[in-house]
Ligand binder design. Sequence first.
Ligand SMILES: C[S@@+](CC[C@H](N)C(=O)[O-])C[C@H]1O[C@@H](n2cnc3c(N)ncnc32)[C@H](O)[C@@H]1O
Length: 446
Amino acid sequence: MPHHGRRTTLAVRTLPPDYDHPTTRQGFVSLFGEKTFSCRLKSLTFCVALKLGDKIILTIHDLAFGGEGVGRYSVPLDQPTSPDGPESASTPDALVVFVPFVAIGETVEVEITELKKNFARARLLRIVTPSPERTTPECRYFGVCGGCQYQHITYPEQLRVKQKQIADLFERVGKISRTVVAPVIPCPSPYGYRNRIMIRSQWNGPARKLEIGFIRTDNKFVEDILECKIAEPALNEQILAVRAKPPPKGGIKVVLRVQPEDWQVPRDSFFQNNFFLLPQLEATVRDFLQASGARHLIDLYCGVGYFGITAASAVTSFVGVEYDKLAIAAARENAASRGVTNGEFIAAQVEHVLLDLLNRFSASQTTVILDPPRKGCWPATLELLRQTRPAQVIYVSCHPATMARDLNILCSEGVFKLVRVQPLDMFPQTQHVECVADLRVLPFGN
Ligand SMILES: C[S@@+](CC[C@H](N)C(=O)[O-])C[C@H]1O[C@@H](n2cnc3c(N)ncnc32)[C@H](O)[C@@H]1O
């Protein structure tokens, strides 16, 4: 019997009641015993059995959010359940196996590293049939460093993958039609774009060595690095400077950043981390705003005032809200240095001031920008928007999962309608993607 390993996972598929293949039944009995077999005789005729360390061949059908490839593995009982056993793409109940660093369409040999009730994880051993979209990563640490997931995939394919992931997610979580998701706007510089990175250090006891770099894919250890290919060149110089004066015991976290030329940004305040695609992000928000014809703008989670200030000339008045007081002081300076005088900035929690702000302007003339942190908006904030019904909500997010959840809330019972989602690749080579969504209020009773 091939499958008596310690941690075996079974995925069982239901076949028609009249399915009664003798060899399959025999295999089933030998695996589970007559009793189990007889009680499941009619329904269970197909199973997968795997244990940790098994080596199997998979075809990759998709890349999930997070970057892992998705393969399906299933073994009919009348066939030998050898590691090279058959796998089927079209078997919905086959065991899903996630594998990092693969591309769609590839056939790969993998080793099972984790078994759960409904899925498994595996590590790539060998590429049997490579995808034409496979390419050579630029970074020597790719695959070990946890920063990038897609350097092995051509840039156009990364964009296609991200668009599909967003459309799939919005359809599943947000109950949103995938047709509203536009193609991803590419970054003009797919490497060397990041203007902010965090360097960590960790004492490696066994090697008696201080590692200075990024968290590895295993999420436990720091990979010692000399350079980062997705960071701006100026940051790579800063990495060498940090390495030249290492802390004695490790445990440091140093944020390295390149300041934008014409924006005041306090050291610990937020700023978009890709200058190369910033003009397109700004233009997307401004275009959505202008298309609505709204005269008032409420820029929530405004940081140093980026969206409010760059869109100020499209509206009569605007208000920015942010709880980082230093960012608000910088926002006021940023507006003044540009001669922007039709707005104000409030240092407060969004939840505390939103109702007053919404009461200040006519709802039918108001656009609200939401650019919350990765965890998304508070339910009370979304509920307030549903109650007060501003003409437009522009939702900006680098976390499509929480965004889809929040869009679902805003759109439920026909309060808002999502008319377009524009993804922008602010984070090439990585699993991340920025999205801007244009929501319009629907007439009552929709
Ligand atoms: C993703 S950043 C967006 C910043 C800005 N829109 C930009 O593009 O530069 C989110 C901002 O929300 C702020 N923030 C988070 N929770 C908040 C809250 N409850 N109320 C007000 N500001 C908040 C953070 O300090 C951060 O500056």
